[in-house]
Design a protein around this ligand. Structure first.
Ligand code: GCV
Length: 707
């Protein structure tokens, strides 16, 4: 066993210099370390444990103390980091029963031979790294770490992120610059940012990253590309992040030169096997593949009359000998639906395709299901498919990248929305909240978990809006422990990102926690979907764009009323895809919650909600309230001036002012459209008389920016 005592290496924390946001929540510049040891001992030879030790040394670096390499446990107080078998050799009295499963960790203080030790123990080396980050986060939040006894176990084995990067360096739905992975058709020469991203991800216990667009270039698995992928895997490896890639079903033809990609063709199976073998030869810890097939024009098994299970299984079998995972996306739907057909319904698609295939997948296939049945809208019910595949492993797909939720130009903290979905009880098998299903608990599945689209870019602060990083942080924390509350997560993030000043923490947490509802109220009323330009860039108001096309994001608003009738009784029958208990919540107007009313029912504008308002008055009021609250975000932020660094203060202020202006643009476009369409007056008289009424959006935005 090697025991390495690391000297504290740096005298000055280099991150204190500027507040660019590059360090995210890992600034390490507010640490009170008075009573803590100055020595860090890494036990064993794992590179990941060494990464953990270096992180600790780096973070505590203002208290240098050279010790060099020691052959045995230091005779003085120290942090001691290692995997269970190595730590047990040094501390044989530790109770083995406490050891967590999977990538879990155990933080414990012990006294031995007159010294005190802060043990960071993992069953795996990743566990040691996660324990170290957890310890540092406590120190940074000024929590007492003089005595520790904490065991944490991850909720699920799959805690991945997905990047929609293209090989030319562009990013589909990327809002923070170009790809950190690719440029000009190849992997970048300089992968510094990849390693830095690995560090951020590891600190929130993410263990896999699929680096390319699910609309995948077949070239990603071409023989000449695999060595390039290996370089990315090398950059991630010290942080315990497994590399994964998205693959296109037609790869055996396009890259392999075969005449077919029929998943049942033996030559196709052999090609996938050869490809997987080659990848694992060069990247032994490769995570696996993500597949988008038969969706939005992508190639897929339907071209050969085959099913999703045929397609998934041929690839999964190739990965299986190497312990690789195949994430097959349930985002499969017909985007040429007939909008005149009142029974047609895109929301039904995932269940209709995948439920009949339950139990037909290899055991290393995971069906990756978007949280709602449409597409990352500001409000959707939980996908009914979560409750319909008891014999298949599942993962929930979330979207950190704010495609429909303001594109990182609006502040929208998504953890409260994700919590509502994760906590939603599908009533299928006793313990059956979505979080219990996707983590494999409900049906005792061996695999399961989380994958979120993130789309970080070369922008120094990763996601463009400094406050958008709360979403990445929140995603990781929930994937690790979906029982955490949005309140706890927002406070943790605010402390780690902006320091421990109570007023700053309170203000930022409050802003984060209110932001989803604010955005919802000026963009997507009562579950109608985000009323945005769905045919273009999914940004800004575009009420009409959802209708009269095959994409199926219909809200069916006309002069009489609004909403999709998805009832069993008179509608598309979508509600019938849920368990009887859930059907009861949605099928009748009396039971259906206001916030999902227009997702489930078509009603006249004069229909009276549980809130006591009519639908039309709710639309008017919520848009005015939302725009007002967006303006209040500016005022709230101004209260932290001088209490945080100027760089991030000014950056956020500028964005919030823009948001306030854009909320007015949204408000006016939406209320005007509904007034013109319904002919029903706003009972508060604002819709005709509003002071900015009729101004072009550019005028509203520039006047907001000047405020
Ligand atoms: C990567 C939506 C997005 C697409 C995305 C797709 C998907 O339709 O707008 O950009 O494609 O979802 O999740 O596959």
């Amino acid at each position: 066993m090697a025991l390495l005592c690391l000297a504290l290496l740096v005298a000055i924390c280099p991150m204190c210099a500027g507040e660019t946001g590059a360090e995210g929540w890992l600034r390490h510049n507010d640490l009170t370390t008075g009573s803590l040891p100055t020595l860090v001992a890494a036990v064993g030879s794992s590179n990941v444990v060494r990464t953990a030790a270096n992180e600790l040394v780096h973070a505590l670096g203002n208290r240098p103390k050279a010790e060099g390499v020691a052959a045995q446990l230091p005779a003085k107080d120290a942090f001691v980091l290692g995997t269970w078998k190595d730590i047990l050799a040094l501390f044989p009295d530790l109770p083995a029963a406490r050891l967590p499963a999977g990538d879990g960790f155990w933080l414990r203080t012990v006294r031995s031979h007159g010294a005190k030790y802060w043990l960071v123990i993992g069953r795996t080396d990743r566990g040691v790294l996660y324990g170290t980050f957890s310890l540092l986060a406590r120190i940074a939040q000024q929590k007492d770490v003089t005595t520790l006894e904490d065991v944490q176990t991850p909720s699920a084995p799959i805690r991945w992120v997905s990047e929609w990067d293209n090989l030319d360096g562009s990013i589909e739905r990327g809002y923070a610059g170009r790809s950190i992975f690719f440029d000009n058709g190849a992997v970048r020469a300089d992968l510094t940012r990849v390693a830095q991203y690995g560090r951020l991800l590891a600190s929130i216990e993410i263990n896999g990253c699929a680096i390319n667009n699910v609309n995948a270039s077949p070239r990603i698995v071409a023989p000449e590309f695999i060595p390039q992928l290996a370089r990315i895997a090398d950059a991630f490896r010290p942080w315990g992040i497994k590399l994964a890639v998205s693959v296109d079903m037609s790869s055996p033809m396009v890259v392999g030169g075969l005449k077919t990609f029929d998943p049942l063709d033996p030559q196709v199976a052999a090609w996938w096997q050869r490809t997987a073998d080659e990848i694992y030869k060069q990247i032994p810890d490769f995570g696996g593949f993500v597949v988008k097939a038969d969706s939005e024009g992508r190639s897929g098994p339907s071209q050969y009359g085959r099913t999703a299970s045929d397609a998934a299984n041929v690839i999964a079998r190739a990965l299986k000998p190497h312990h690789g995972i195949l994430m097959y996306r349930a985002f499969v739907y017909n985007h040429h639906l007939d909008w005149r057909d009142m029974k047609a319904d895109r929301a039904r698609a995932a269940y209709d395709y995948f439920h009949p295939l339950d139990g037909k997948f290899e055991d290393n296939v995971v069906i990756q299901i978007k949280y709602g049945p449409i597409d990352f809208q500001v409000r959707e019910p939980a996908s009914p498919l979560f409750g319909a595949m008891p014999n298949t492993s599942q993962a929930i797909e979330l979207q950190v990248t704010q495609e429909y939720t303001g594109q990182q130009r609006h502040l929208v903290f998504l953890a409260p929305m994700w919590k509502e979905i994760l906590d939603f009880d599908m009533h299928v098998n006793g313990v059956s909240a979505v979080k219990q299903i996707v983590t494999g608990k409900t049906w005792r599945r061996p695999l399961g978990g989380f994958n979120a689209v993130v789309n970080v870019g070369l922008d120094e602060n990763w996601l463009a809006h400094p406050l958008a990083m709360a979403n990445l942080y929140g995603y990781g924390r929930l994937a690790w422990n979906p029982n955490l509350s949005a309140e706890v997560i927002s406070e943790e993030w605010a402390r780690l990102t902006f320091g421990n000043n109570p007023q700053v923490v309170l203000t930022i947490s409050k802003m984060l926690l209110s932001s989803w509802h604010i955005y919802e109220s000026y963009t997507g009323p009562l579950g109608a979907g985000t009323l945005t330009d769905i045919l273009g860039d999914h940004y800004g108001p575009g009420v009409e764009s959802s209708e009269r096309n095959g994409w199926g994001q219909w809200h069916r608003a006309d002069e009489h009323g609004m909403g999709m009738d998805r009832t069993v009784a008179t509608g598309t029958g979508f509600i019938g895809q849920y368990s009887p208990e859930v059907q009861k919540k949605y099928e009748t107007l009396a039971a259906c919650p206001d916030e999902l009313l227009l997702f489930m029912h078509h009603v006249p504008y004069t229909y009276v909600l549980h809130s006591g308002k009519t639908v039309i008055q709710h639309i008017y009021d919520s848009h005015y309230d939302g725009a007002e609250q967006a303006a209040e975000l500016v005022t709230q932020w101004q209260s932290v001036k001088g209490q945080i660094d100027d760089e991030r203060y000014e950056d956020v202020l500028k964005r919030l002012r823009y948001q306030a202006g854009h909320a007015i643009v949204w408000r006016d476009a939406v209320v005007n459209w509904f007034f013109k369409t319904s002919g029903i007056r706003d009972e508060k008289g604002r819709v005709q008389a509003g002071s900015v009424w009729g101004q072009p959006p550019s005028a509203v935005l520039s006047s907001a920016a000047r405020q």
